[in-house]
Design a binder for this molecule. Structure first.
Ligand code: KG4
Ligand code: ZN
Length: 339
């Protein structure tokens, strides 16, 4: 009953998220997205995102408080994404969190966006075992992280050396004229396609390549060239097969490297988070490979995988519960904050 009541604010990209949790229990998860404002540009436009955050911030905080049925006076802390992310977008959230923390006289917790993507799973599956291995895949990041302590020790094992996994989905969707964001459409079309129709390259999969890093730009180019050759030859592009074969190339590498990292480090839990974790084939293949390796897989539901405020609140509550030091009001946004 004495679990900490924490409000979390997330504005690292295009989603204004405000969540409220009590310990590991989700009470509210209000999200205002500006994704439609970016659609016609085929990607997130930082200036548009910052402005949208500014307009949505206070109404979204009020909506979350109402949804949770709690009073701001009863909060035990206010957590906010301090980075990494878009500088101007982060600044809106950090400024709002500071203002509320100061006005309400509550402790402020600046948290890492990637760590909170991992911690959010507590809201779905209960306390996270430590250490946990995490594969975070979204439009902005693709990382493999080892988390011996979610509040203070999250270590990068590997990351993409070029495009993020979600970015690759979005770019291929553009090549196929499927609109933005591309992940959900490709996921859907791939179900009707043959994943083995076209042998697209698996990035950084050679014996001398880094074991845990990813690369998707070569794959992206290969798919674009293949489609262009078809078009130039005046042939129909088998969109479903391209989608399925491309998707298979991405999730094959992601799951293989994640499972290998778990084995190498002797970790028996893998969590997958970020927007791409919504991908049905990624979930299925990860389940299959984890089961074979004796690894427990934890994937939160899609609404908790994409950027949201609840994940920030979840990590903030964990910091309160473990008596971690609060941030002071000098807290600033850091667009390249390391874990
Ligand atoms: O976590 P997120 O909402 O925002 C950040 O990028 O941080 O992730 C959005 C990304 C987009 O690139 C989108 O195309 C991708 O996640 N995505 C998917 C699926 N749903 C969303 N990718 C593959 N399959 C999906 N079902
Ligand atoms: Zn994210």
């Amino acid at each position: 009953a004495d679990e900490p009541l924490v409000l979390g604010i997330e504005t690292s990209c295009d989603e204004t998220g405000v969540g409220i949790v009590r310990g590991t229990t989700l009470l509210a998860n209000a999200v205002a997205s500006s994704v439609d404002d970016h659609a016609r540009f085929g990607g997130v436009v930082p200036e548009i995102a910052s402005r949208a955050h500014l307009e949505a911030m206070v109404p979204t905080i009020e909506r979350a408080l109402k949804e949770a049925g709690v009073s701001a006076r009863d909060l035990d802390g206010i957590a906010v994404t301090a980075g990494p992310g878009l500088a101007g977008a982060l600044l809106v959230g950090v400024s709002a969190a500071k203002a509320y923390a100061y006005a309400l006289d509550k402790p402020l917790y600046g948290v890492n966006h990637l760590a909170s993507h991992i911690c959010v799973d507590q809201l779905e599956h209960g306390p996270l075992p430590e250490p946990t291995m995490a594969l975070l895949v979204s439009g902005g990041h693709s990382s493999l992280l080892l988390a011996p302590d979610i509040t203070s020790d999250v270590r990068p094992m590997g990351a993409t050396i070029d495009d993020a996994a979600g970015e690759a989905f979005d770019k291929i969707a553009r090549v196929l004229n499927l609109g933005f964001p591309g992940g959900p459409v490709i996921d859907r079309l791939a179900k009707e396609g043959d994943p083995e129709a076209i042998a697209f390259p698996r990035g950084l999969s050679g014996p001398r390549d880094p074991a845990y890093d990813f690369s998707f730009s070569g794959l992206k180019t290969a798919v674009a060239r293949w489609v262009e050759a078809k078009r130039n030859a005046g042939e129909d592009v088998p969109v479903r097969d391209v989608a399925a074969s491309f998707q298979e190339a991405v999730v094959d590498v992601l799951t293989r490297k994640a499972v290998r990292a778990c084995k190498d480090e002797g970790v028996d839990h893998l969590m997958i988070g970020g927007g791409v974790a919504a991908n049905s084939r990624l979930r299925a293949l990860a389940e299959e490979r984890c089961e074979r390796a004796g690894i427990r897989l934890r994937v939160p539901r899609p609404g908790l995988c994409t950027d949201n405020g609840a994940m920030v609140a979840a990590l903030g509550a964990e910091m309160v519960a473990r008596n971690r030091p609060a941030s002071d009001l000098e807290l600033s946004a850091d667009s390249s904050l390391p874990v």
